[in-house]
Design a protein. Structure first.
Length: 80
């Protein structure tokens, strides 16, 4: 991990939270060998980004806002 991130390699994990459901996300994590600390930082980065998506795109791009809400739901419900 870390090939695309300018700073924290966990930034590469943000898309995993936006795109993958719990089962495929667990498969990705296992296959990539991401450790607990990096995984939690990726979750935190996704949380921060999702908060912005919800409010920033509420009027101008509702589908993007819904992606943010879906990601927040995944994170807050404790999905992997």
């Amino acid at each position: 991990m870390g090939g695309l991130a300018a700073a924290d390699p966990a930034l590469d994990l943000v898309c995993v939270w936006h795109v993958l459901e719990e089962g495929p996300r667990a498969v990705f994590r296992e296959a990539s060998g991401v450790g607990d600390a990096e995984w939690e930082r990726g979750r935190a980065w996704a949380f921060e980004q999702a908060l912005g998506l919800v409010w920033y795109y509420r009027e101008s791009n509702p589908p993007m806002s819904r992606i943010g809400r879906r990601t927040l739901r995944r994170i807050l419900e404790g999905e992997g």
